[in-house]
Design a protein around this ligand. Sequence first.
Ligand code: MN3
Length: 204
Amino acid sequence: MSFELPKLTFSYDSLEPYIDTKTMKIHYTKHHQGYVNKLNAALENHPTLQQQSLDELLANIKTLPQELQIAITNNGGGYANHSLFWSIMKPNGGGKPVGSVAEKIIQTFGAFESMQERFNHNAKTVFGSGWSWLCVDKQGELQLLSTPNQDSPIMQALTPIMGLDVWEHAYYLMYQNRRPDYINAWWHVVDWDMVEQRYRLAIK
Ligand code: MN3
């Protein structure tokens, strides 16, 4: 069994003008594909680990052979993070959260805008490369956090339901050093129906 790039549900140009075509294409076909290739290479000589799901590998990262921990953290994390990222974006997205996750956001943070402000703050203050996340913990509560590099929240026993890639490769062609502009633009392509689906799965 080997990992494959997940199919995109939208075309490279369909997130314009918020995420440009060239960035989308390079991000998916080069960066994400790179994580896929390196993840498969890392697991090549470990047939028993190939039987496990990626979530299991990440959740139990500390129990893996020492020489695999960094490779799985970086490339397994990179694979999982980007797979989530594409899944929670769509053309003509944005607006406000819907359904039970909308209620939970208000209950937890007081208002959608308060959650959004804290999520944005986390995204802006990642030093270097990383991600801003909305996650569900083991108690079913929402947690906001950032992670460095390609570290997955799954390694901290959290289930990510929404994440924003703030590596420069995600925005530099269009936004250069203006990460805050990219962050603000990104909310226009969030697929709230999918965030709701992920939330429901996470609290099951
Ligand atoms: Mn990326």
